[in-house]
Design a protein around this ligand. Structure first.
Ligand code: ZN
Length: 192
């Protein structure tokens, strides 16, 4: 297994719509294991494939490190599609490994239904609410080229401009290795 560098704002791959996976081979299974390890090492609770430079419609989620969610099993979602959104919406403070040190309240539907394939290529339909529904929506947004900051008000986004610019210029450090929009890499502080 290997830990992959994480692509940050505003690398072009993070704005691209993901490509559906047609068949799963050993290299994709290996990549899924690398994604899980990368997410855990960076202390994230979700990771989309484009955040590690791949165009595939694939995300890994593990919210079990969060207090109160220890019993929630990790998930691999291949070609996920949200098929239902609740009318009820809630605010929650989100962060993102591609937007280091940036946290904002984001309004999203409280509950969803999502369809996807798991690693065993079995079709799954899950109804989720609370934190799990939130992380699923955040990760599926990534697969559609959407950052959580795109869901903020115009005013809030304007206020965040300088922070976003600093991330894209590599002036914001992270505890993990990052890839900047120009393709250059900055090693994690932990590795230096
Ligand atoms: Zn994210």
């Amino acid at each position: 297994m290997s830990i992959l560098p994480i692509y940050v704002y505003d690398h072009a791959i993070l704005k691209k719509k993901a490509v559906k996976i047609e068949h799963i081979d050993d290299s994709i299974l290996q990549f899924i294991e690398d994604m899980k390890q990368t997410m855990h090492e960076a202390e994230g609770i979700g990771l989309a494939a484009n955040q590690v430079g791949s165009p595939l419609a694939l995300t890994v989620i593990d919210i079990s490190p969060v207090e109160g969610y220890e019993q929630v099993k990790p998930l691999v979602m291949i070609n996920p599609e949200i098929t239902y959104y609740s009318d009820e919406e809630t605010d929650y403070e989100e962060g993102c490994l591609s937007l280091p040190h940036l946290r904002e309240l984001v309004l999203r539907p409280e509950a969803i239904q999502v369809q996807f394939y798991n690693e065993q290529i079995q079709p799954q339909t899950i109804e989720a609410d609370g934190l799990l529904a939130r992380v699923m929506q955040h990760e599926i947004d990534h697969l559609n080229g959407i950052y959580f900051t795109d869901r903020l008000s115009q005013l809030k986004r304007t206020l965040l401009q300088s922070k976003l610019r600093r991330i894209s210029k590599g002036e914001t450090t992270a505890d993990y290795t990052i890839v900047l929009p120009d393709g250059s890499t900055i090693q994690s502080e932990n590795d230096q």
